[in-house]
Every structure is written in C-alpha cells, then in structure tokens.
Design a protein around this ligand. Structure first.
Ligand code: CMP
Length: 148
C-alpha cells in the first residue's frame, strides 16, 4: 500500500536549476507519485518552528538562516514504503559520510555541507504527517489515506 512522505529540495539546490532538476529526475526515476508540489520561501520564524527539535544544537542558527535564505520546492510523495525509500535515495545527512559511503545518493553526489545538504525527507510516519501539514496546511493526510 502507498505511504506518504514530505520531500524538500533545499535552497542550495533550488538556486541551481541543474541541481534541482537532477533531484526532480530522481523522484521520477524512482516512480514516486507526486501528490502535491510547490515552491515557497520561509521566513526565519517558519524555519525556527519547523526545526524546533534542533533548538540549542550547534548548527541550529546556521540551519535556520540557510532554510530561510531562498526558495525551496516541497513535495508530497507517495510510494510503497515512501519514507524509507526517499531517505535511502537522499543518503546520509553528513556530506563527508555521504560522499565516502554512498556517492550515488543525492547528498553523496550533490550535497555541499552538513547544513547545505540539498534535500530533506521525513523520518517517520508521525513526522511525515506533521511535516506535510506544515508545508501544505490545506492537505488532509488522514483523508488521503482513507481514500486509498
Ligand atoms: P534535515 O534532514 O533537514 O534535518 C535537520 C537538518 O539539520 C539536516 O537536514 C541538516 O541540514 C542540518 N544538520 C544536521 N546535522 C548537522 C550538522 N552536524 N551540522 C550542520 N547542520 C546539520
């Protein structure tokens, strides 16, 4: 059965169409169903609120600034086991690890730094639900599952 995840192409990638097109192509190649997608830009307060769980970490300030530094593209993706599949395609968060251990992944191939790491993906069913609602407030996740 289909599962939903939230995928985001971050500002470092959207700033360079050749990069964001490559990420979009990975979505198509892996046969995800694109349920919704839109371009948007955050204010610092959106970034702070989305990454609340990281408040206090050494990278929080730079993460908040980076994520509100330019436009992003957000997708609601559907696929069997979509959450894990998208995370496997993205590769490890840390770009050094990604380059060495998973050069074929998005972050291994295209990630710039641990912060400017090209994409985001939900890490659990609960965070997918929360994150989809955050990015697409008009989208009813429960209703979508009911209709499948
Ligand atoms: P993301 O998957 O969006 O979730 C949290 C983000 O914090 C992560 O991607 C990175 O952009 C950022 N992040 C996580 N760990 C680090 C780190 N060690 N240094 C800098 N940024 C980080």
């Amino acid at each position: 059965s289909l599962q939903l995840t939230l995928a985001v192409i971050k500002p470092d990638a959207v700033a360079h169409p050749i990069i964001s097109d490559a990420v979009h192509q990975r979505i198509l190649d892996n046969k995800f169903l694109i349920v919704r997608n839109k371009e948007l830009q955050w204010r610092a307060k959106d970034s702070q609120s989305f990454y609340q769980e990281h408040a206090g970490r050494f990278f929080y300030q730079r993460l908040v600034e980076f994520m509100s530094s330019g436009p992003m593209r957000a997708y609601i993706l559907a696929h069997e086991d979509a959450i894990q599949l998208w995370r496997d395609i993205m590769g490890p968060t840390k770009v050094f690890r990604a380059r060495i251990t998973a050069p074929e992944t998005i972050r291994g191939h295209l990630g710039l730094t641990d912060t400017r790491n090209t994409t985001h993906g939900s890490d659990s069913v609960e965070s997918a639900c929360r994150e989809i609602s955050f990015f697409f407030p008009d989208f009813d996740v429960s209703r979508w599952y009911e209709e499948q």
